[in-house]
Each structure stands twice: as structure tokens, then as C-alpha cells.
Design a protein around this ligand. Structure first.
Ligand SMILES: [Zn+2]
Length: 76
């Protein structure tokens, strides 16, 4: 048998990365103009995203599409 090539999306955030606000699993990472990296859960990133962009923070990772990766079984 040949080995199957399993492609996984490149994920920058680890399961151990936690939101700096609430401690939930982080799905986004931003960097401030001063170089400060912040981790965000989906909820807090959505909440603070407009302010972060306004303050010229760079979104280094946004993996919110992974929050609910299971497709609906009734998608037929
Ligand atoms: Zn949070």
C-alpha cells in the first residue's frame, strides 16, 4: 500500500494557544504596531477586530473557519 497524502491546512495556532481575554481556545492572532502579539478567541476577535484594524494591528492568523469544521450530515 502506498502512503496516503493527507493534506491539512496550515495552522499557525495551536490548541494550547488561548485567548488573552477569556482563556478560550484562540482562533486568531494579531500583532500591534509595537510588535505585541495578541491571541483571540472567535468571540473576542469579532468584538475587537474593528478597533484592532483602526489601530493598525496586523492580523497574522484568522482560523475562525475551523471553529465549526464538521459539515452538516444532512447536506445532501
Ligand atoms: Zn476570548
Amino acid at each position: 500500500m502506498s502512503a496516503a497524502v493527507i493534506k491539512t491546512p496550515i495552522r499557525q495556532l495551536r490548541i494550547t494557544d488561548r485567548c488573552d481575554r477569556c482563556g478560550s481556545r484562540a482562533y486568531a492572532q494579531t500583532r500591534s504596531p509595537e510588535g505585541l502579539k495578541l491571541l483571540w478567541c472567535g468571540h473576542h476577535f469579532k468584538l475587537h477586530e474593528p478597533a484592532l484594524i483602526e489601530k493598525a494591528h496586523v492580523v497574522e492568523a484568522d482560523e475562525r473557519e475551523l471553529i465549526n469544521p464538521m459539515p452538516s450530515p444532512s447536506a445532501n
